[in-house]
Design a protein around this ligand. Structure first.
Ligand SMILES: [Zn+2]
Length: 163
């Protein structure tokens, strides 16, 4: 088991601090991303410091998708307008303030809940992982947020998005 040094990992620290935690089960917790790429953008994170999916135990696997499902329920029942106003007041840095302000201007914020979701996991450095503690992105999507959403996550390799 990989353990995390106290104070050495953003996601271990966030769980320990507790104020950002919006959901938890025995093995996972969730939080709203402070740099939302769309309103409601959240992460589901194992409490144990593991870098990749292969490191999850069978018990953790069993609790993973329920955590994702429950987090979607929280996204859909949270007043995101209030949440991002709060994040701006209590911002982690200037960049976060800009992202949260953009979320407040997003036309999707006027809807009762997102229209759809992209789910994403950067499972390894070659896949873009920058914080080496597993985190599953839930990215709400809204009709009209991009001109043509067809292909979704296929666009991570831009020239392969259209097929
Ligand atoms: Zn960690």
């Amino acid at each position: 088991m990989t353990t995390c040094k106290r104070g050495g990992c953003l996601f271990c620290d966030i769980y320990e601090k507790g104020t950002e935690v919006i959901y938890e089960n025995e093995f996972f917790y969730s939080q709203f991303d402070r740099f939302p790429i769309s309103p409601g953008h959240s992460e589901v994170i194992p409490k144990r410091h593991v870098a990749n999916l292969q490191a999850l135990t069978s018990e953790e696997w069993k609790n993973f998708f329920p955590a994702i499902q429950d987090t979607i329920g929280i996204i859909e029942s949270t007043n995101l307008w209030e949440k991002y106003n709060l994040f701006i007041k209590d911002s982690v840095n200037e960049q976060s303030k800009i992202y949260c302000a953009q979320a407040l201007l997003h036309p999707g914020l006027t809807r009762t809940k997102p229209d759809a979701y992209n789910h994403g996991l950067n499972d390894g450095e070659a896949a873009g992982r920058s914080i080496h503690h597993l985190h599953w992105h839930i990215i709400p999507r809204y009709f009209g947020d991009v001109e043509n959403p067809r292909g979704g996550i296929r666009h991570i390799i831009p020239e392969k998005g259209n097929y």
